[in-house]
Design a protein around this ligand. Structure first.
Ligand SMILES: Cc1ncc(COP(=O)(O)O)c(C=O)c1O
Length: 301
């Protein structure tokens, strides 16, 4: 992903120029991954820019910080307000928002108590992640980090070494994305997305426990239920995955993205299926402020 190199960034309570947002090479997080972050999207609507499920993302941001035993030196309200201010200052209608809090410069080592915590908010226009239409995937030879090793429901920077390694393996195998299995060999999630399969008109998704329980995953489950589509959280084997009628990823970056090939094998007819399409279209309507029933998920800037 090429990132724009202009605009304003919020760093530790101040709004500064893009090129001034720098850190020291001895920043603790650079060495050990001691940071937490969020990925949030802001969409253009008829009533101006709106942030999707801001409250939930900010709650997860603070939850992740707690899992890492670091304290974000701003209140949730400060961060929410700073996000909307930054969108206004950058005069941007649609963007990806990246809040991050990380152990900074001053104390190296693994005991992060008393470490300086830096907090930043960066935003930039970002189109469909992974290209967005129909994806190919491979089942990774690497397992998802075990929930026995880390609190897997937190979004902690260091965990993403696992995702990078799986992604690079998938790219070498000619696929767009990796699907990682959990400790027990069941499907966990994509490198940066949750996963759903369709079977007999019902949705199945791996249960919480060995995944990052995504906010998009939660949205899809709620949308599907309201649409009268049954959703079942259940362990999914690799053969169930590959023989599913439809498979799709969910995530803030990728939104709803059909997977049409896994390990070179076609899923269903090898193109986007009707249920994936229905959910995707509904999600687009909701996030762009065109469905009043879901307006509680939107924060207008
Ligand atoms: C590993 C992983 N799983 C799932 C997701 C999807 O989460 P969300 O829908 O909250 O963006 C993400 C993205 O944050 C992720 O990095």
């Amino acid at each position: 992903m090429a990132i724009q190199k202009s605009g304003k960034i919020w760093l530790d309570g101040e709004i500064i120029n893009w090129e001034e947002a720098k850190v020291h090479v001895l920043t603790n997080a650079l060495h050990y991954g001691s940071g937490v972050f969020e990925g949030i999207r802001c969409y253009k609507t008829d009533k101006g820019p709106t942030i999707f499920r801001l409250e939930d993302h900010i709650d997860r941001f603070y939850y992740s910080a707690g899992c890492l035993s670091i304290e974000i030196p701003f209140s949730k309200n400060d961060i929410k307000k700073s996000i909307t201010t930054l969108i206004k200052i950058n005069k941007i209608n649609e963007c990806y928002i990246r809040p991050i809090a990380f152990c900074g410069y001053g104390k190296l080592g693994l005991d992060v108590s008393g470490s300086k915590v830096n907090t930043a908010i960066i935003l930039w226009p970002w189109g469909a992640y992974l290209g967005g239409i129909e994806l190919s995937a491979v089942v990774s030879s690497y397992r998802r980090l075990s929930p026995k090793s880390v609190p897997i429901d937190a979004k902690i920077s260091g965990y993403y070494a696992n995702s990078i390694i799986a992604t690079m393996e998938a790219k070498k195998r000619g696929a767009d994305e990796a699907i990682l299995l959990d400790d027990n060999g069941y499907v966990a999630e994509g490198a940066g997305e949750n996963i759903f399969i369709v079977e007999n008109g019902k949705l199945y998704t791996p249960p919480k426990g060995a995944i990052l329980p995504g906010i998009t995953r939660d949205s899809v489950m709620r949308i599907a239920k309201r649409e009268g589509i049954k959703v079942i959280e259940k362990d999914i084997s690799v053969s169930k995955l590959k023989n599913a009628e439809e498979v799709f990823f969910t995530g803030t970056a990728v939104e709803i993205c059909p997977v049409v090939k896994i390990d070179g094998q076609k899923i269903g007819k090898g193109k986007v299926g009707p249920i994936s399409l229905r959910i995707k279209e509904k999600y687009i309507r909701i996030t762009r402020g065109r469905d009043k029933k879901y307006k509680k998920w939107l924060t207008y800037v």
